[in-house]
Design a protein around this ligand. Structure first.
Ligand code: NAD
Ligand code: UDP
Ligand code: UDP
Length: 343
């Protein structure tokens, strides 16, 4: 594999940071790990849409072929069933590293596997980036801030994370992945980017992944009560997936390492979110209180001034506009599920 330096991005502009259509007259080759998942599949759609060659690596732990089936047969698209905990040899220009379960229910299911995915998986993708001179982007998380003592959270905040709790496999796993990323950058000169993603929602989320937006939307459609954990006064800030995908591409193609918060600063309590879901789907939906899970962060809201200033990025879709955009996808899948059961 020839060592392809990213600085040679052409397309006439000659400037690093432009959307790269290709390098030296050929198409840009991009790997998306976790590309069969919720965020990954939307990112793949964007990359294919702008003319890149895309290779998805996924072990289908939480991802589904259905999320990519519309691309099967496209000669610029390739899907590899592979676990990132194992090494892999490829020749590409950019690596978007998303592979990791994101929902608390999924990442707690096998916490040791979650740590291995975050540490060994990230190490392998960084080793790959080093060998072939590719640019590497890590999708880290707002969870690196833990149960934050600073509000809203800026990138300079170091966080308040429990190292031995039920969420630690994910939080500490991502913190280690950030450390590895910076050490490969400083030590081996790998071009890296770090995104800290805040709660994101949209079509193709797993129906029963336990995250609050997918839970509430599926519950409202199924005419079940919305399950509010704890007193429902904890807050989150919800970003529509197209905004995130635009942010990830702007970060990858830009000149700044980060970390950058990518999220929508609109902050809602879980009770307020339940209200928006009721207004959007079924005004007669009821609420059922449940005990909260351990170590649940009390509040979360990104300060996105850094991404606004340096990436010229900010979210465009408010919750009240984004929620309806996922409802028809959820309705269809719930309907198919019921038909599958012979109901
Ligand atoms: P997801 O669960 O839908 O997607 C994760 C994908 O990674 C799935 O397709 C899964 O099969 C794959 N995967 C998991 N372990 C793997 C392994 N060992 N090898 C290969 N593939 C593996 O989750 P998502 O919401 O799309 O999240 C994508 C990324 O964004 C994750 O890294 C997550 O930590 C990060 N993130 C997401 C959010 C959010 O709100 N969605 C917030 C913060 C960070
Ligand atoms: N690696 C990989 N694909 C490559 C290059 C490396 O999967 O093209 C893996 C490699 O197996 C190792 C990890 O990435 O486990 C880190 O690689 P690096 O070369 O940085 O470290 P080393 O192999 O020297 O420990
Ligand atoms: N939550 C809830 N009802 C649900 C699922 C989650 O009230 O059915 C709450 C959960 O306690 C947390 C918030 O919603 O305070 C966000 O949870 P989620 O799992 O979506 O993401 P997190 O930000 O915790 O990773």
């Amino acid at each position: 594999g020839a060592l392809i330096r990213y600085d040679s991005v052409g397309g006439g502009s000659g400037r690093i940071g432009r959307i790269p259509a290709g390098i030296g007259g050929r198409r840009l080759r991009v790997v998306v790990t976790g590309g069969a998942g919720f965020v990954g599949s939307h990112l793949v759609d964007k990359l294919i849409g702008r003319g890149n060659d895309v290779i998805v690596i996924d072990n289908f732990f939480t991802g589904r072929k259905e999320n990519l089936v519309h691309l099967f047969g496209n000669p610029r698209f390739e899907l590899i069933r592979h676990d990132v905990v194992e090494p892999i040899l490829l020749e590409v220009d950019q690596i978007y590293h998303l592979a990791c379960p994101a929902s608390p229910v999924h990442y707690k299911y096998n916490p040791v596997k979650t740590i291995k995915t975050n540490v060994m998986g990230t190490l392998n993708m960084l080793g790959l980036a080093k060998r072939i001179g590719a640019r590497f982007l890590l999708t880290s998380t707002s969870e690196v801030y833990g149960d934050p003592l600073e509000h809203p959270q800026k990138e300079t905040y170091w966080g308040n994370v429990n190292p031995i709790g039920e969420r630690s496999c994910y939080d500490e796993g991502k913190r280690t992945a950030e450390t590895l990323t910076m050490d490969y950058h400083r030590g081996a000169g790998v071009e890296v980017r770090i995104a800290r993603i805040f709660n994101t929602y949209g079509p193709r989320m797993c129906l029963d992944d336990g995250r609050v937006v997918s839970n509430f939307v599926a519950q409202a459609i199924r005419k079940q009560p919305l399950t509010v954990y704890g007193d429902g006064k904890q807050t989150r800030s919800f970003q529509y997936v197209s905004d995130l995908v635009n942010g990830l591409a702007a970060l990858m193609d830009g000149e700044h390492v980060g970390p950058f918060n990518l999220g929508n600063p609109g902050e809602f309590t879980m009770l307020e979110l339940a209200q928006v879901v009721k207004e959007t789907i079924d005004s007669s939906a009821t609420i059922e209180y449940r005990a909260n899970t351990a170590d649940d962060p009390h509040m979360r809201k990104p300060d996105i001034s850094k991404a606004k200033e340096l990436l010229n990025w900010e979210p465009e879709v408010p919750l009240r506009e984004g929620l309806p955009l996922m409802v028809s996808d959820f309705r269809n899948r719930i309907l198919n599920e019921d038909e599958g059961k012979g109901m």
